[in-house]
Design a binder for this molecule. Structure first.
Ligand code: PLP
Ligand code: COI
Length: 338
């Protein structure tokens, strides 16, 4: 096996095994191991027709001490239950979620990137309605899968400022819709503006609130934060995904003496921030270098280098994930035996 760990992008890379479990007759069956990348599903599965589908994303980190850690997997399990509830799917119990994570990482241990390469092993838990329906109704059967794939940083810039494009002509989620859960439909709705942003040379989009287009929602597959006057400020909105990374950065920011504000963030406030960033499991922290709004002709510049607070947050978070900074909040789970 010859992998250039330092050169990995955030993409699919085949590994040896995935794990699967079926919900039938009102209960979850046994966890199965598969070496196939394919699944055989009913053509009338609700996951295909009516968007009964949710997913998660978390990472396994090889530490400086050689140990492998998961970061707050319990929060991903909980969010997947929330997503399931939101679109009437069978919920995956936390014990099953944990068992599946442990199994799949052990089976694919050789794909965990070494420490210091900037790459990690990404877990993609997936849950969808596999049972047939033609009427618009929830399925009776569900399939839960976790596969893993080694990945590099989501933004090719790594920890370098990205340029972001404001979106005013598309919404990823409605105010009372499904933006707060991790379901596929939100991502389908984001494809056109995301593709346009990339073609225009931007790393990501910045969605505004769907109702008034006055407030910041989130930055593509990542939450937004701004820093000013020793405060960590992040949007409060019903249509954004509650990011586990953001939640953790709020705590780290508090630990290093910043005040936290989670509240609506008006578009006009962007230019008052000293630093801005996008955060998420895939994105980690991406400092935002500039935000361009074509409609108003406004460009907000945060500079070509990451700011000192974003850098401190980034280093602390990565340090906790890789075992070089003390995990005072008990966020990591060491996986024994690999
Ligand atoms: N927002 C969206 C839309 C996402 O897809 C993600 C990724 O999961 C995030 C934010 C960041 O969430 P987390 O930090 O839990 O990965
Ligand atoms: C993650 O950060 O894990 C995500 O799920 C974002 C993604 C859609 C690539």
């Amino acid at each position: 096996m010859d992998i250039n760990w330092g050169d990995l992008s955030f993409g699919y890379f085949k590994t040896d095994y995935n794990v699967r479990c079926y919900y039938r007759d009102g209960k979850w069956g046994d966890l199965e191991i598969s070496s196939s990348e394919h699944i055989n599903i009913h053509m009338a599965a609700t996951g295909l027709h009516y968007g009964q589908e949710a997913f998660e994303g978390l990472k396994g980190y090889r530490g400086k001490d050689g140990k492998v850690r998961l970061f707050r997997w319990q929060e991903n399990a909980k969010r997947m239950r929330e997503s399931a509830k939101g679109i009437m799917m069978a919920e995956v119990p936390d014990e099953l979620f944990e068992k599946a994570l442990m199994k799949v990482i052990k089976l694919n241990a050789k794909y965990i990137p070494p420490y210091g390469t900037g790459s990690t092993l990404y877990f993609r838990p997936l849950l969808f309605g596999s049972g047939p329906q033609v009427g618009v109704k929830p399925a009776d059967e569900y399939m839960f899968i976790i596969f893993v794939t080694p990945v590099g940083p989501y933004f090719k810039e790594g920890f370098k400022p990205v340029a972001i494009e404001v979106v005013r002509d598309y919404d990823r989620a409605a105010p009372l819709g499904t933006g707060h859960i991790k379901v596929g439909g939100n991502y389908a709705a984001s494809l056109r503006p995301g593709d346009r942003a990339h073609k225009n040379g931007f790393g990501s989009v910045l969605f505004l609130d769907a109702l008034e287009k006055k407030y910041i929602d989130e930055a593509g597959p990542a939450n937004f934060f701004g820093i000013k006057d020793n405060k960590y400020i992040t949007p409060q909105s019903k249509s954004i995904l509650p990011s586990i990374t953001n939640m953790s950065l709020e705590q780290i920011a508090k630990d290093i003496g910043l005040k936290i504000e989670r509240r609506p963030v008006a578009f006009e406030e962007l230019e008052t921030f000293e630093e801005a960033g996008a955060c998420g499991t895939a994105a980690i922290i991406s400092p935002i270098g500039k935000i361009v709004d074509h409609e108003s002709g406004k460009t907000i510049n945060y500079g070509k280098e990451a700011g000192p607070i974003s850098t401190k947050l980034y280093e602390t978070l990565r340090g906790i994930q890789e075992g070089t900074v003390e995990d005072t909040h008990g966020w990591t789970t060491v996986i024994e035996g690999i």
